[in-house]
Design a protein around this ligand. Structure first.
Ligand SMILES: [Zn+2]
Length: 500
């Protein structure tokens, strides 16, 4: 085994906790003597490791390692962060380690071996996220099953009560008002406001004794739950609960509602409604159509202390501004592939280990069952007393329970350690690249979807994006490293490498 010593300190490493280059070399050489390690080459470099392709000597070392055919090579360095502080170089090191081009990384206080997961931070955080996504998917699946069986997974609507056993029963005190509400509205000559007033006089009120707002009445009149059809996320399900009104009455009321709605002004559609915020005061920007043509976004100055409300943002300008958001979450495909390959190798090793372990457990389980049978034979042949037999069987039964539990846990580990999970993580990483292309080339409908997939909101100041809040899991991607790293990564991909 031969070692390459790599030492690095840059001007940005100001803290005293990072040794000077000289001291790093001295300390590591001392360590090498103590451990009996042979150093064949020393690199000392005063460059930052925050950006890839910034260190000629590091690149030279990587080249040397890749070209090496004859020796088992290890790297000596003072701390692991001396080797890399950016995702590309970290992935390169990880890959060389897992491929065995580097057999070991020895630092002042520990060793990193091919089986260790040194720097797979991006994929790891992706996995944590996937776990959360899967979990919420399972909850959704549970809700869906309940709906399909006719159960209501939420709080009972007004006029009904939850029975505490997962079912829904009629609230006798209020259901009669609900029925009356539908009948009154169906007559067609009363507004929801008037109906709210009439029913209040007749005793229809909230638990606190208040009148129900007209918007509540409107919501009830729109809800097919009262005729036995549950609606969730736009899909309808047949409910098990007892209807308060007939389907015929409900349909008729819908006709009355539609007629009234059509006489009202149609709601305008704005692409980025709800996404843009005022950076100065935190209000959500409102949209308006001027001269019936161009859409503008502006701050309504809801808190009365904002100057930004004089700024009108043209929708086209917003779209142009939003083309910049992708840079925050795009990681080069090269890097994504490196992470993916490395994780796949690691996954294969883990699976091998899990398979071997569960085989051992299965064998032990079979042996225990076998011994139990033999004991029974001995006992039946009169070669064992009842006491001894009972004692031995209890011990064996306990062992069997333990083994079964261990096997169970192994099965669960296997289920999460699979390629589908890995593929999904890769897709998350790749999504921003695809989204950027789609955003630049498609129409409004798609742009809205893309922006709302990635962002909670964009805070605007002076017609520019001042701040962005990403949704998970893209929030994690946006935080992996400084933006500057990704800029250099992109330059790399455009085959226009930065001069060193
Ligand atoms: Zn404002």
């Amino acid at each position: 085994m031969k070692y390459i010593l790599y030492c690095r300190k840059s001007s940005e490493d100001k803290g005293k906790q990072i040794l000077s280059l000289e001291s790093q070399v001295t300390e590591m050489k001392k360590l090498a003597v103590n451990l009996g390690l042979e150093i064949i080459k020393v690199y000392t470099e005063s460059k930052s490791a925050k950006k890839p392709d910034n260190r000629p000597l590091f690149s030279e070392m990587i080249k040397q390692i890749k070209q090496n055919k004859n020796d088992d090579l290890g790297i000596l360095c003072w701390k692991i962060d001396r080797l890399s502080r950016n995702p590309i170089d970290s992935a390169t090191i990880q890959w060389l380690l897992q491929q065995g081009n580097i057999k070991i990384i020895q630092t002042i206080d520990r060793q990193y071996l091919p089986s260790d997961n040194v720097v797979m931070f991006s994929v790891e955080s992706g996995m944590a996220n996937q776990y959360i996504l899967d979990l919420s998917k399972n909850v959704k699946r549970g809700i869906l099953t309940k709906l399909e069986k006719g159960g209501w997974p939420n709080l009972a609507p007004l006029g009904y009560l939850n029975d505490g056993k997962g079912g829904i029963v009629i609230d006798k005190a209020r259901s009669k008002y609900i029925e009356k509400m539908f009948m009154l509205y169906n007559e067609g000559d009363k507004s929801v406001k008037e109906i709210s007033d009439i029913l209040f006089k007749q005793g229809f009120r909230s638990r606190a004794g208040h009148k129900y707002h007209k918007s509540k009445v409107h919501k009830i009149l729109n809800d097919s739950f009262y005729c036995g059809i549950m609606t969730k996320n736009g899909k309808q399900y047949l409910g098990n609960h007892e209807p308060i009104i007939s389907k015929k009455l409900f349909d008729s009321v819908q006709d009355v509602l539609n007629k009234k709605a059509n006489t009202k002004k149609q709601k305008l559609y704005f692409t980025y409604r709800g996404v843009l915020k005022c950076d100065t005061c935190g209000c959500v920007l409102t949209a308006t159509k001027k001269k019936g043509k161009h859409t503008y976004y502006y701050c309504t100055n809801g808190k009365g202390k904002c100057d930004e409300h004089k700024v009108y943002l043209k929708e086209n300008d917003v779209t142009n501004e939003l083309t910049n958001i992708f840079d925050n979450v795009i990681i080069s495909e090269k890097m994504i592939d490196l992470c993916y390959q490395a994780s796949k190798v690691k996954m294969g090793k883990t699976n091998n280990y899990l398979t071997q372990t569960s085989q051992t457990l299965e064998d032990n389980l079979a042996k225990a069952e076998n011994r139990k049978n033999k004991l029974l034979d001995l006992y039946l042949d009169g070669n064992l007393t009842k006491e001894v037999y009972d004692q031995k069987v209890i011990a064996l039964d306990n062992e069997i329970v333990q083994l079964k539990k261990d096997l169970d846990e192994l099965k669960q580990k296997k289920a999460t350690n699979n390629e589908i999970t890995l593929e999904r993580i890769k897709d998350v990483f790749l999504y921003p690249i695809k989204a950027k292309k789609d955003f630049e080339s498609t129409k409004n409908g798609e742009q809205e979807k893309i922006v709302k997939t990635l962002l909670w909101n964009a805070q605007m100041r002076n017609k520019k994006i001042a701040n962005l809040t990403f949704k998970e899991p893209f929030n994690i991607l946006s935080k992996i490293e400084d933006k500057s790293d990704f800029l250099s990564v992109r330059r790399d991909r455009d085959s226009n490498p930065r001069k060193v």
